[in-house]
Design a protein around this ligand. Sequence first.
Ligand code: CAA
Length: 421
Amino acid sequence: MQIGLEGIAFDIPEHFIDMRELAGARGVDPAKYLQGLGQLEMAVASPCEDSVVLAAGAGRRLFANFDVDPSSISLLIVGTETGIDHSLSIASYLHLMLGLSDDCRIFEIKQACYGAMAGVAMGINYLLSGKALGKKVLVVATDIARYGQGSSGEATQGAGAVALLLSHQPRLVEWEARIDGYYARHVMDFWRPLDAQEACVEGHYSIDCYLAALEGAYRHYKANGVRAGLMEVKEDVQKRCVACLYHVPYVKMAQKAHIKLLELEAGCAFEKESPVFAAAREDFCRRTLPFLELNSRVGNVYTASLFLSLLNFLEIATQEAVGKELSLFSYGSGCGAEFVRARVSVGATKWMQKDSFRTRLAARRLIGIGRYEEMATACRGRDKEEGRVYLPEKWNLTRSELYLGVKGRKRVYAIDGKILE
Ligand code: CAA
């Protein structure tokens, strides 16, 4: 039974900053951000662009680009760690904004950056169960990554959303639904207390936790593959893969992950500066780095980061990639992780709009550090200011989906000039 990705689309804020300028303002050597972290630009959300707005933007683009009938969706899952209410889910707003039908199951998943991958796994299992009866699954990953101003996490912020359509017509990617590998462990590497708008993080420890989770999920994947009789004990998991994709808090983290994966396959750690280490970096430049352009220019989008990389891959993939495998690794702090494989479908290259992500990036507006700080301050106070309307003109926005503020303790949104209360 064929199951997988039928469509994919993304949304990002309309403004961004240049990482060289951020480095200058913080008194940091720009090489640290550009080469040390691998980040070139960073998306900046204005007060009218929250996680609901970005999710709606991605969902509407998906419906338009892939000609999706809203009534064909019977399961909507939102993965996010930028929730907007202790009770009400983003899925509830999205159900309204996308015009989905009443006979639809909707909910939100929180497991840090792993939430959307958990949603994809649920969606695949739902389709496998046979209960979808011809209907489809929509998974939306949406997040705004915020750390304290001047903190070491500040350079790894970002914002955006990716919408994924899963179905029995995997025009883009066919999921290998028979094997997956998970890992979970309680670790305090990254968290956001209920009253905090910015994340708390033990940065260097979080890198170790990520790599330990990659090892755990990879080993579980392999053990499951062997147990199911689908893999040999000595078989390399990633060897056949045309692309190895990872959760991308920043580009350099994906490099660390790829080298770790190659070490796991080799059964030993590589000495830095050794020829085998250099070869592993070259392999990263061939099978991962080309698909991180979007991540390097948007920043960390928590749940959506892995799927931004997948979209980047699909847009630049050539006919040679058709029929080949990909590996995908999702990491959510705290922590939960998953390793899976998928296969590029015949016709995938026909369905993706060539270079549309570059067009979208080029349409953004560059802002200075002062304006970025003004937006961050306004976002911090936004949800507490009863009755105040945030005007899109003030933030120089042209988008059709907007968050306008809080009235009667309810969030107010507008779509195509129409207010939704
Ligand atoms: N020129 C070139 N490179 C430089 C440099 C310079 N002048 N100065 C520093 N660098 C390099 C460093 O050598 C280092 O590279 P390596 O890791 O390869 O050694 C890199 O730049 C970063 O330097 P530091 O480690 O000194 O930077 P830092 O102390 O400011 O912290 C960070 C970096 C830990 C990633 C921090 O930005 C942070 O806490 N970010 C948020 C947490 C995060 O992203 N964690 C990732 C794993 S957890 C996860 O993935 C979940 C999630 O989404 C949050």
